[in-house]
Write a protein that binds this ligand. Structure first.
Ligand SMILES: Cc1cc2nc3c(=O)[nH]c(=O)nc-3n(C[C@H](O)[C@H](O)[C@H](O)COP(=O)(O)O)c2cc1C
Length: 555
């Protein structure tokens, strides 16, 4: 007779204990308990061997569940015991701790010197001055958004809450974010899920994001409804309107909020039916060409009573963004702001291939948008916001130095709400009540406490920025220039960002004096009439020049 394979030993032991229990008929509670446990585990083993879905359990009845158990708690074991302080998953322990400390208002100073490897490639630092200035008052770090076509310009903070919708976040999270924004005088972007009662209750400044699903301003068929838009856009709490073209974590994909998550409140907020999946199409139905997009911007401006209108995108084909800029030049319609999101951006849920491999990273996207607007002579009329893993004051300073006017943070503010990066936003089982619609789990998030943390994270981060600027010898974020930030390029060399990146001169795309092949060739491919590219067959494929591009200047 063949010996029992080691794979079945656990199951065989359960059977043996069960048989012994049945034969001996123990009278004590412990004996009966052991027999009952052996019975349940034997039943589990039989089920494991017969079920068709899990190969490991078929081959390793009973014991195979240990693998599943360990897989389930792997993120926690890794985070609590094994994770390196600077290992980004996607945010490192150091980054998360910084937010927690700032949010709680405890000192974020740390002893003994940096734990960063300052000789590692890509290490960055601020070039400080021998003559630091007095630390400026961070209350003055505001930026006016709204050009000559805007009737109600908005004075925004240098740091704001990036788009996250009611639906991906819980009601308590939205309420705490909005109250925190009201306390600290910064804005809260609604995300594509429209303006919920929790945004209104908080009373904080709102940027209303209008995405392809037109939630809160849609016809029953899902198209843009001007009357519904106007009814909400004129609210004094709505400070700006942002047309969402794409989001870095899943550009070109659209999204679905499954029917199970569409609560009556979410359905009412978005203007969608209960019991059905809530779909965000991949593209807008209100416009299909750059020129039509300018018409849409004009329409939103009029319907909102002249509030700043802008758009958010993650850069994809360069000529498509340039086509929008050409449409601005052709029509004379100039949006008030553009928010650049990076491929490293977050989301409640996205296909892994999209999160990992679709969308230009934030820095390159920012440089490209900034340069194109400069080259088109429009930069002084359009403000640029940026989002993409911005947590510390240095992160903010670095993007301001290369062209951004202000910074947004989504996941930074989630940490301020108590998020522990359990990576369960898509399961409705968020352990901290931030990204779930389960009322039982939302209880974990106590609104007044977390609103204060949201406020404090903002304030302490902006104060840290003021300290850094003073050390660099400047008094306002808009004085930051590329040369203020340096980056190690290899073990022997460090370069200022002014040396590493290409920067266009005002108007040089229009007067055709631009010497950078990437910008020149893509500008020629762009047309205000279409998002498609104008192909000149006599030209070689200039996309081969991409590497020198939006990113690094030739050494
Ligand atoms: C849970 C969650 C929900 C989001 N929902 C939206 C959304 O509705 N609209 C949008 O434009 N971006 C959305 N984003 C993207 C963020 O606004 C932001 O652009 C991106 O996460 C980069 O910022 P971060 O690195 O600070 O998170 C979401 C991000 C997260 C984490």
């Amino acid at each position: 007779m063949r010996a029992i394979s080691g794979r079945y030993i656990a199951f065989a032991m359960c059977v043996a204990v069960l048989v012994a229990g049945l034969l001996l008929q123990p009278s004590g509670t412990a004996g009966r308990g052991v027999t009952l446990a052996a019975f349940l585990l034997t039943a589990l083993g039989i089920r494991d061997m017969l079920q068709p879905h899990h190969s490991v359990q078929r081959n390793y009845p009973v014991i195979g569940h240990i693998r599943w158990l360990i897989e389930t708690i792997r993120p926690e074991i890794r985070q609590y015991l094994l994770e390196d302080d600077n290992e980004a998953l996607p945010f490192s322990r150091s980054q998360r701790s910084l937010v927690y400390r700032r949010a709680k208002g405890v000192s974020s100073e740390h002893p003994f010197g940096t734990i960063m490897d300052v000789y590692a490639d890509d290490y960055e630092f601020i070039q400080h001055s021998m003559r630091p200035v007095a630390v400026p008052d961070p209350a003055g770090f505001r930026i006016t958004i709204g050009n000559d076509q805007c009737a109600q310009p908005y004075s925004a903070s240098i740091l704001n809450i990036s788009a996250m919708s009611f639906g991906s976040l819980s009601a308590n999270a939205i309420l705490a974010l909005n109250k925190g924004a009201a306390m600290g005088n910064f804005y809260h972007d609604t995300g594509e899920g429209s303006i919920s009662p929790y945004h209104r209750e908080g009373g904080g400044d709102i940027v209303w994001e209008v995405a392809s699903g037109y939630f809160g301003c849609r016809t029953p068929g899902g198209c843009f409804d001007p009357d519904k838009f106007a009814a909400q856009a004129v609210s004094p709490q709505v400070k700006m309107v942002e047309i969402k073209l794409s989001q870095g974590a899943k550009p070109g994909h659209g999204g679905i909020l499954p029917a199970a998550k569409v609560t009556p409140e979410i359905a009412a907020t978005r203007g969608v039916p209960l019991g059905q999946d809530c779909i965000s199409p991949a593209s807008h139905s209100a416009f299909s060409t750059p020129l039509e997009m300018m018409d849409f911007i004009t329409q939103l401006r009029r319907l909102s009573g002249g509030k700043p209108i802008g758009f958010k995108l993650c850069v994809g084909h360069p000529w498509e963004f340039m086509a929008i800029v050409k449409a601005m030049l052709k029509t004379g319609v100039v949006p008030d702001f553009i928010v650049v999101d990076g491929g490293e951006g977050g989301t409640g849920a996205a296909p892994m291939e999209f999160s990992d491999h679709v969308g230009t990273p934030m820095r390159e996207g920012l440089l490209f948008v900034h340069n194109t607007l400069v080259g088109a002579g429009l930069r002084d009329r359009i403000r640029i916001g940026v989002a993409g893993r911005l947590i510390s004051a240095f992160d903010i300073a670095a993007v301001l130095a290369i062209g951004a006017d202000w910074a947004n943070s989504a996941r930074g503010f989630m940490f301020a709400l108590g998020c522990i990066q359990s990576l369960s936003c898509n399961t409705n089982k968020c352990p901290t009540g931030v990204a779930t619609q389960d009322p039982g789990r939302q209880r974990a998030l106590v609104v007044p406490d977390k609103a204060t943390r949201v406020h404090q994270f903002h304030d302490h981060t902006v104060s840290a920025l003021a300290d850094m600027l003073a050390a660099a010898g400047i008094s306002h974020p808009d004085e930051l220039q590329p040369h203020h930030v340096a980056q190690r390029v290899d073990s022997n060399r460090v370069r200022g960002l002014d040396q590493l990146h290409q920067f266009l001169k005002p108007g040089e795309l229009i007067d055709r004096s631009c010497a950078f092949t990437f910008y020149k060739s893509n500008w020629d491919r762009a047309s205000a009439d279409s998002f498609g590219q104008v192909i000149d067959m006599s030209q070689p494929n200039r996309m081969a020049d991409m590497p020198e591009t939006i990113g690094r200047a030739a050494e």
